[in-house]
Design a protein around this ligand. Structure first.
Ligand code: HEC
Length: 132
């Protein structure tokens, strides 16, 4: 019986671990930066808070850039100095949510969190198409 309980605990723990791996696929440092600096505006998935959800942003960046390095670089530069004409989202995103404020993170932190956004892609996610 004790043994049974123990294995139940292990299974519960393992499924929790797999679940959190899915939520933070790339780096937990990126996830921590997101929790601290981005999650107040960006939810992970719809419904949105006051900004487009992360998995939608990730999809748009993957459509705009075939290369991870270039996509992550552009994203980090955007966060440092947001400018609507450099946006890779639909123009309606800025109209609906306004422009993102500049982030005062170091270049290294911006690169880490941008890489994490890129890696947060969910292949099953479809854009809701309601960003009007
Ligand atoms: C005060 C709210 C706010 C915070 C905090 C915030 N964002 Fe944003 N973000 C927005 C809004 C609004 C948009 C949509 C308009 C735009 O693209 O500027 C956006 C857009 C973006 C985009 C798309 C850029 C593009 O090409 O248009 C990325 C990438 C992004 N945010 C990443 C982040 C990350 C990563 C953080 C944390 C380090 C963060 N944001 C923090 C409000 C915020």
């Amino acid at each position: 019986m004790v043994l049974f309980k123990k294995s139940c605990f292990i299974i519960a723990f393992l499924s929790f671990a797999v679940g959190s791996l899915h939520a933070a696929p790339a780096s937990s440092e990126g996830r921590l930066l997101y929790d601290r600096h981005c999650s107040v505006c960006h939810s992970m998935a719809p419904p949105p808070k006051s900004a487009p959800p992360i998995i939608g942003i990730s999809l748009h960046y993957r459509e705009a850039f075939s290369d991870r390095g270039k996509g992550v670089k552009h994203m980090a530069e955007f966060m440092k100095k947001p400018d609507a004409k450099n946006s890779k989202l639909e123009a309606a995103a800025t109209t609906r949510f306004g422009l993102m404020p500049a982030m005062s993170l170091s270049d290294k932190e911006l690169a880490i969190v941008a890489g994490w956004v890129w890696d947060s892609h969910d292949p099953n996610f479809r854009l809701p198409g309601n960003c009007k």
